[in-house]
Design a protein around this ligand. Structure first.
Ligand code: TRP
Ligand code: ZN
Length: 885
């Protein structure tokens, strides 16, 4: 906590570290009411910087210094200076050792950063700057050291003692025992970890491509030992995939994962000892949905992939965060695409990006993929750094092609193994292998905002020429009024009147993937592309596979969209056509509601959806995606000024209309898929997941019909299904239906059955908080009184407060402003406990400029009240300052 204004840290001020740490030797003495951390550091003056000896400035926060010695000379208060964030002293020689002992209180650490307790377990979270809450150190990623760590704790309470690397020694002394771990790979402090607890583990092994045997171990609290298998399978799959796709081999004899209940984010890639939010590692069919199984697969892979993209090659400074995160998200999403349906994965990623990242990029917190400045780096673990960063890497992949991209990544890992580097170094490797000049491409790293493409076309029948004109622009973002043109790969094809792919020749084509699938490379504000030998007037299929993170406008008629939806050879664009069609139809109903005209829903959507449901050539996963409706959040994101209540009404009206029109095929489909599910042994695999998703989608439409037989079928599914996917989709339908007595009964039964399982209770909480039917504010406040709720547990905060503010938009944006008051209250309460969480859950309020003037005033009032609080964390201070600037 602080009151004076926090400093801005700027990329342009980057300087190499004055001193280096070659060896770090740590000893942790863990007790119930405090911990002692002894550090022995072997240091030297940075040889690159000269032979003078500037003052040594170490980072350290909330540490009680008990002992300090340099070269074994004990120092007294006169020898050093300490303030709330730093300790400084004068070295006398270019090489020296530094010994310190500090006292900390992990049991009182509610920020979940540094060393803390999650339940009965000790664990750490050091990224980005948590290590300074453990000991005095050069807590920056370009200081890389070897680590030897001894952990000492009571044997009975903490039988398992872990740290990075290999176990080299252990022993017992009375009731306490100790273990020493050594990590041979130099690493920055943010990758350090220790764990102590009463944990059970599941063990397996992996033989690397060079025949080395690696022990794999997943540690969990004893009651979760039956929920590890899926994560273990995912781990083995992604280790193999990284060898095959990137030539990356694992580099220690053991790889460990620990599941903890209290964790601010999804998981953390500490070297050889990944620490996971239990929600991102534990699963079994009876308690976990398909979505959770898939999330686990992707997060296990993400953290594992960091071993190379992040750990072996790390970031020079935190401005380069997307160097590891963007690249690693790209890697994990390609892995998921290979393990499941590639098209569906792309649809999920694009939907997510367009709903969340586009909103961020259009608001007051917009920042480039490489931000130029920050106050609190924790605030920059954003959709822009992760998801847009991954899109930037994907565009490089598209521009270079898969082979050269692989050569580029090989070169990057080879050149920079063991180094702390920048985004420029990554791009430079891609330039080296391709001979391309990527200078202009790098604007993606420095300019914020979502580019907008406006596309028009012209067909010259006589000369068989087809022209496409594309104009690109990018809106102003905070601190960036004018933008230079981006390099944008636009993948596209042309369809003939029969729906066939038209072949043609692209004039001056640099990029021609096949005869009928092109990648146009835009690099100017306004550009014309001409195709020759075009035998008929084509219909363009643009931005196939969502080849760039942009908004594209082409004036499609509804007939053309329906045509693309039926015929496009690109699965992504079939889905996209359905989305655009739905958006057009919903917008039309919005306009009718706005002008109090009678509501008339265009029948084109129902016809198209019927065709999709009857199309035997489409897999169920894609069918489900196509008939899944644009979310309210996405629809609002498209509007100039978001009108929550009206858009919700229009969206519901169109959904009801579809349910009525398609009742018969939906019912038949539901019955068939439900019967099939009963006869199938549950497995979290792509084909089954697609079936269950379509089944759930059908049921959610049918629920709108308020028919007793459908309610009965839903209750039966809830009671009889043997897997959580079907049970939860049934529960969600009931909760969002008019059958409230059945919903209540199901909720009570569910809570009794799963009271002992916090991860299932998270689902129970969020299905209610996210429901615009049940999740009135009063009910949400009641949920927070439930014995399973705790504001100190981030998963519970996300399940209740997050679900309400992000997924229950009609109630959160209630016209009296009560939702905003509620969120501000929770932000204030959380800020005193866990600043990373307070600065994150406030996000919906930071989008205040998107709403009607009346709502804006109500939201601003809450933001201003928060800003006036006497004590604000650095995290929340920065978010408020930028939001209200
Ligand atoms: N590096 C982690 C990842 O993306 C992110 C992370 C985990 C994190 N815990 C954190 C970031 C706490 C900031 C604070 O895989
Ligand atoms: Zn990551």
């Amino acid at each position: 906590m602080r009151t004076e204004q926090p400093k801005l840290i700027r990329l342009v001020d980057y300087q190499q570290p004055d001193y280096l740490i070659d060896e770090t030797h740590l000893t942790f003495e863990l007790y119930e009411d405090y911990a002692l951390v002894h550090a022995h550091l072997v240091m030297q003056r940075n040889p690159a910087l000269g032979c003078d000896l500037p003052r040594l400035v170490l980072d350290g926060v909330e540490l009680q210094l008990l002992h300090l010695a340099m070269d074994d000379q004990v120092l007294t208060a006169a020898d050093y200076q300490v303030d709330a964030e730093q300790l400084s002293l004068q070295p006398l020689r270019p090489s020296f050792t530094l010994d310190s002992t500090v006292r900390i209180e992990p049991q009182n650490n509610t920020a979940l950063e540094g060393l803390y307790k999650s339940g009965e377990m000790f664990c750490t979270q050091c990224e980005a700057q948590g290590f300074r809450k453990i000991t005095y150190y050069l807590d920056r990623p370009d200081v890389m050291s070897s680590f030897t760590t001894t952990v000492i704790a009571e044997k009975q309470r903490y039988p398992i003692l872990l740290s990075n690397g290999n176990l080299i020694e252990e022993g017992v002394e009375d009731k306490r025992h100790w273990a020493t771990w050594q990590d041979p790979h130099k690493k920055p402090a943010y990758l350090f970890a220790v764990v102590a607890g009463d944990l059970w583990s599941v063990e397996d092994s992996f033989t690397t491509m060079n025949g080395r045997e690696v022990t794999l171990r997943i540690f969990v609290e004893p009651e979760n030992i039956d929920k590890c298998q899926h994560a273990m399978n995912s781990l083995k799959k992604c280790m193999r995939w990284d060898e095959e796709q990137y030539g990356r081999e694992y580099d220690l004899d053991i790889f460990m994962i620990v599941a903890v209940n209290d964790f601010n984010m999804g998981a953390m890639e500490n070297k050889g000892l990944n620490i996971f939010n239990s929600s991102c590692v534990l699963a079994k069919p009876e308690t976990s949905t398909d979505a959770i199984f898939q999330r686990i697969e992707s997060i296990v892979a993400h953290e594992y992939f960091h071993n190379w993209s992040g750990n072996r090659v790390t970031c020079r400074d935190w401005f380069q965060l997307s160097l590891k995160e963007g690249f690693t998200v790209f890697r994990d999403s390609e892995f998921s695409a290979d393990m499941n349906s590639r098209t569906v994965k792309r649809i999920e990623d694009a939907t997510f990006l367009r709903t969340h990242q586009f909103a961020e990029d259009a608001g007051p917190l917009a920042h480039p993929v490489r931000p130029p400045e920050y106050m609190e780096i924790s605030n920059f673990y954003t959709w822009t750094i992760y998801e847009k960063g991954a899109e930037v890497v994907r565009m490089l992949h598209t521009l270079l092609g898969p082979e050269r991209f692989r050569q580029g990544s090989d070169l990057y890992f080879e050149r920079h193994d063991g180094q702390a580097v920048t985004c420029d170094d990554f791009v430079a490797a891609m330039e080296s292998v391709s001979g391309m000049d990527l200078t202009q491409f790098k604007r993606w790293y420095s300019q914020a905002g979502t580019p907008v493409l406006r596309v028009t076309d012209e067909y010259d029948a006589e000369r068989q020429l087809y022209h496409i004109d594309i104009a690109q622009s990018c809106p102003a973002t905070p601190g960036q009024a004018n933008k230079q043109p981006f390099v944008i790969p636009v993948a596209m094809g042309l369809l003939g009147a029969e729906g066939q792919a038209l072949s043609a020749r692209l004039q001056d084509a640099e990029q021609c993937v096949t005869q009928d699938n092109w990648v146009l490379t835009l690099n100017q504000a306004q550009q014309r592309f001409t195709f020759t030998e075009v035998s008929e007037r084509p219909l363009p299929s643009l931005l196939r596979g969502f080849s760039a993170p942009v908004k594209l406008h082409y004036d499609y008629s509804r007939e053309q969209l329906a045509f693309l939806l039926q015929h496009d050879s690109d699965g992504f664009n079939r889905w996209e056509a359905a989305q655009q069609l739905a958006v057009q139809v919903i917008e039309e109903v919005c306009e009718q509601l706005r002008t109090h005209a009678p509501v008339q829903v265009d029948g084109c959507l129902a016809q198209s959806f019927a065709a999709v449901l009857n199309n035997p050539h489409l897999d169920t996963a894609l069918q489900a995606e196509i008939i899944s409706f644009p979310s309210l959040a996405y629809l609002l994101e498209l509007q100039e000024q978001a009108d929550v209540q009206l858009t919700d009404k229009a969206r519901e009206a169109v959904r009801l209309y579809l349910a009525e029109q398609l009742a018969e095929p939906l019912q038949a489909l539901y019955n068939r898929l439900r019967e099939q599910a009963k006869q199938t042994q549950y497995r979290p695999e792509a084909e089954q997941i697609g079936n269950r998703r379509l089944q759930a989608m059908a049921l959610s439409y049918l629920t709108l019909l308020q028919r007793d037989d459908i309610v009965a079928a839903t209750v039966a599914q809830f009671e009889q299904a043997d897997n959580m996917t079907e049970r939860l989709s049934a529960l969600s339908c009931l909760v969002n239906s008019t059958a409230q007595s059945q919903a209540q009964a199901a909720l009570v039964q569910f809570a009794e059955e799963f009271a002992h399982d916090p991860l299932v209770m998270d689902q129970w909480f969020s299905v209610q908080a996210a429901s615009s039917v049940l999740g009135e504010l009063a009910h949400v406040r009641q949920l927070m009184q439930h014995p399973s709720f705790s504001i100190k547990n981030p998963n519970k905060v996300r399940a209740v407060i997050g679900a309400f503010t992000q997924h229950n938009l009609p109630q959160f944006h209630a016209e009296d402003g009560s939702g905003y008051v509620f969120l501000a209250e929770q932000v204030a309460a959380l800020d005193a406990l866990n600043p990373q969480m307070s600065a994150r859950i406030i996000t919906p309020l930071t989008r205040w400029q998107r709403y009607t003037p009346a709502q804006q005033a109500l939201m601003r009032a809450q933001l201003e009240q928060l800003q006036a609080l006497p004590k604000l964390s650095k995290d929340l201070y920065e978010v408020l300052e930028r939001t209200l600037a």
